[in-house]
Design a protein around this ligand. Structure first.
Ligand code: GRF
Length: 211
């Protein structure tokens, strides 16, 4: 049986698209079972609808954080999600969600954490003069990009990079990295012991990619 995975987005949803594409086959290990956006105008909602996946809008405005998180968790539970992927979801999630999916909430961040957490990570890397940056998939722990690191992909920062060029290179790496991690999760080959990340890798598999 394919493992149901819920995805939370706020915007374009290109990472969502990478997951939809990676797990569209009938014999894929995972299946995207629902997509939730806190913004009604998120383009990713159409990506979900085009793929025949339920697309749910859950506005965060006017709701206390814990209430919003509990409602978000309920949407995932109602759709049978066993794992939750945050994919460009611009909200910090807390215990009302995390306690319903212990050790089963993932996030992707456009930098090599712990460098450049928070917003505008690629701009932070450019401003700092970093020569290498990349993307990270990590378990979510309630902090801002502070959870245990699972997989990272490095990309160079080239001398004449501007922000769009660097963002595109990092995003391409994100699209490789997230499906790789979700596959491990769905196949039962990724888990947390305390804050230690455990992964049962096969020959040739790696959690460090180079772009
Ligand atoms: C990605 O860079 C993601 O890492 C960050 O926001 C961006 C979302 O892109 N958190 P998309 O919505 O997946 O296209």
């Amino acid at each position: 049986m394919r493992v149901p995975v819920g995805v939370a987005i706020s915007g374009s949803g290109s990472n969502l698209q990478a997951l939809l594409d990676a797990f569209s086959a009938d014999d894929a290990p995972a299946q995207i079972c629902v997509v939730v956006s806190n913004r009604a105008d998120a383009a990713g909602l159409d990506r979900a609808r085009r793929a025949g996946v339920p697309a749910v809008v859950l506005p965060h405005q006017g709701r206390p954080r814990a209430v919003f998180d509990a409602e978000l968790a309920q949407v995932f539970v109602d759709h049978g999600a066993q794992w939750v992927c945050l994919a460009g979801f611009l909200r910090v999630v807390g215990p009302s969600l995390l306690d319903r999916f212990p050790g089963r909430v993932l996030n992707i961040h456009p930098a090599l954490l712990p460098a450049f957490p928070g917003l505008h990570a690629q701009a932070q890397a450019l401003a700092a003069g970093a020569r290498v940056t990349g993307a990270t998939v990590h378990f979510v722990d309630g902090g801002v990009d502070t959870g245990p690191l699972i997989a990272q992909g490095a990309v160079p920062v080239l001398p004449d990079d501007d922000l769009p060029a660097l963002q595109a290179r990092v995003l391409a790496m994100e699209h490789r990295l997230y499906p790789l991690v979700v596959r491990l999760a769905a196949e039962g080959r990724l888990w947390l012991e305390g804050r230690a990340v455990r992964a049962a890798l096969r020959p040739g598999e790696s959690l460090s990619l180079l772009g």
